[in-house]
Design a protein around this ligand. Structure first.
Ligand SMILES: [Zn+2]
Ligand SMILES: [Zn+2]
Length: 337
């Protein structure tokens, strides 16, 4: 299986102000001193070696994750990233009929806002299955497209759209995967999904707050995350921020993510639902701090820490690359403001 991230931001799409571009350019040019960039190949190599926050961006879209490797298209959540997923599918398959299986964590706006812009939903012949554990699955989608919120009602969409209610803690065989939902602590409840296929496991667990009971040995999420190749984990906050001001907001911290990943035997901790006010430099720092915490708490555990970004693909068949802290000097680079 593979996982591809179309949207990784939490709560609301994040802006990428034009003022950030000269900052990145300036940093890249500073780093180019003493490099021979006289050929295109040398330029490409130089760009590839720049830090991620200088050469790239963590992206702007809200939650939308594609699980690849099943019999049909499998998607988690319909945040604004769903629009880009739809564009990708249309470019790849043109107008031929496709089948989609969409698993909904919950119906907060950042997780449904992409659906009205999901072009395959307007094309007759396509079939879209939408799964969730809440009672109001269909209602939440319909209401978003009613007047005065949106001009096009769902009834006009040409695809066949079917809603399915799932029970938490029960396993289902859907699109070639075994899928198990789990109820999570979040205002109004949110559900995580464990996907298993060919001895590989991907767990999608966003909008989930882990309280101090997560320290218990019988904490149920340990089994839910057990031996996952990829754990997609809501770590919108730092630990201090979570405890001091944002407890009961329904999200977790990077520190809790590392602890649970280690105790569950996870290979890759993929931080998700990224804070929408955090810029690329902030998220890069957040990643380094998370790796530093891993090193302090259990430096021998081979966990790969990833901060997800729009466009990231992870292949479960490849070995993970355990994360190690950067050498001290490299942490002292001048900050991008
Ligand atoms: Zn959310
Ligand atoms: Zn939410």
């Amino acid at each position: 299986m593979q996982v591809h991230f179309w949207g990784t931001r939490g709560s609301i799409p994040s802006t990428f102000p034009h003022s950030r571009i000269p900052v990145k350019l300036r940093e890249a040019l500073k780093r180019s001193r003493n490099h021979d960039l006289s050929t295109d190949t040398a330029i490409d190599q130089f760009i590839n070696e720049l830090p991620f926050d200088v050469r790239g961006t963590y992206g702007t879209n809200t939650s939308c994750v594609e699980i690849r490797g099943g019999n049909a298209h499998i998607v988690c959540d319909c945040g604004s990233g769903l629009r880009d997923f739809g564009g990708y599918i249309l470019g790849k398959y043109h107008t031929t009929s496709q089948e989609y299986h969409i698993f909904m964590s919950h119906y907060h706006w950042d997780h449904i806002m992409g659906f009205p812009f999901f072009v395959p939903a307007y094309i007759p012949g396509n079939v879209i299955h939408i799964y969730g554990c809440h009672d109001n699955n269909k209602f939440a989608f319909q209401r978003q497209q009613e007047q005065p919120s949106f001009p096009v009602p769902m009834s006009i969409m040409g695809a066949r759209i079917e809603f399915h209610r799932l029970e938490p803690d029960q396993s289902y065989e859907i699109a070639g995967c075994v899928v198990t939902p789990k109820k999570q602590n979040h205002p109004g409840a949110a559900y995580g999904y464990r996907f298993e296929k060919d001895n590989q496991t991907i767990v999608y667990s966003t909008d989930s707050e882990h309280t101090p009971e997560s320290n218990n040995d019988d904490y149920p999420f340990l089994d839910f995350f057990r031996n996952a190749d990829v754990l997609i984990f809501d770590a919108q906050y730092e630990l201090f921020e979570h405890i001091e001001t944002k407890s009961n907001w329904g999200h977790s911290s990077n520190v809790v993510g590392v602890d649970l990943a280690i105790r569950s035997g996870v290979k890759r901790l993929c931080i998700f639902h990224n804070e929408h006010t955090a810029n690329d430099t902030t998220l890069e720092k957040f990643k380094e701090e998370t790796i530093n915490y891993l090193n302090i708490s259990n430096e021998n555990y081979p966990l790969e820490v990833i901060v997800s970004y729009d466009g990231l693909t992870i292949d479960c068949s490849k070995p993970n690359v355990p994360s190690k802290p950067k050498p001290f000097e490299q942490n002292q680079e001048e900050e991008l403001v």
